[in-house]
Write a protein of this length. Structure first.
Length: 174
C-alpha cells in the first residue's frame, strides 16, 4: 500500500514514522522542497513538492491513502490526482474554512474524502504499544519556563522542522 502524508512536521512526521513502521511505501508531500531530507530521515520513501507540477506528476495515481495533516488553508482538490482509483484522503488537520472540491475526479476515480479523530482507549493503547515496539517517538525539545517567549516565536514564525516543545516544570522551578 502507498500512503501519502500531506504536511511534513508534527502530526505529519508521526504519520510518516508510523506508516513506514507498518511496512507501507510512504510519500511525504509538502509545499517546501527544503523538507525532503527531514522527511526521508523519518522514513519517507519518496517526496513530492505540491507547488511543483512536475513533482506532483511523478506520483500521480500512486497513493491508496493520503493523510492530510495540514491545519492551514489549502486546496484539498489539488491532491486528488495523487490518489489511485478507490483511494481516500483522510482529514486529520482542521481548518475553519470549507474546502472546495471538484466532484468529477471523485466520481470517475471512485475516490473518497473522509475525516478522523482520535480512537478510543483500546485503539490508543494499541497505537502506544506499536510505537513502543518500533521505538517511534515524537520529535520534541524540552524547554524551561524562561524560554516561553522564544518557543512562542518559534511556533508562530519559524518552526518548520516539526519540533514540539515540552515544558520541563521540574527544571523550571529550580
Amino acid at each position: 500500500m502507498c500512503i501519502g502524508i500531506i504536511g511534513v512536521g508534527g502530526l505529519g512526521t508521526m504519520g510518516i514514522k508510523l506508516a513506514h513502521a507498518m511496512g507501507h511505501r510512504v510519500v511525504a508531500i509538502s509545499t517546501s522542497a527544503n523538507k525532503e531530507a527531514m522527511a526521508r530521515e523519518k522514513g519517507a520513501d519518496a517526496f513530492v513538492v505540491s507547488t511543483d507540477a512536475a513533482s506532483m506528476a511523478t506520483e500521480a495515481g500512486s497513493m491508496d491513502l493520503i493523510l492530510n495533516t495540514v491545519a492551514a488553508a489549502h486546496e484539498l482538490g489539488h491532491y486528488l490526482d495523487l490518489l489511485a482509483e478507490s483511494g481516500t484522503i483522510v482529514q486529520l488537520g482542521v481548518i475553519g474554512t470549507p474546502h472546495s472540491v471538484n466532484q468529477i475526479p471523485l466520481i470517475f476515480g471512485r475516490k473518497s474524502i473522509a475525516g478522523s479523530l482520535i480512537g478510543g482507549i483500546k485503539a490508543t493503547e494499541e497505537c502506544l504499544e506499536f510505537c513502543a515496539q518500533h521505538n517511534i517517538t515524537p520529535d520534541i525539545e524540552l524547554v524551561t519556563a524562561d524560554k516561553i517567549d522564544w518557543v512562542y516565536n518559534q511556533l508562530c514564525h519559524s518552526n518548520k522542522d516539526g519540533i514540539r516543545y515540552v515544558l520541563d516544570i521540574k527544571k523550571s522551578q529550580a
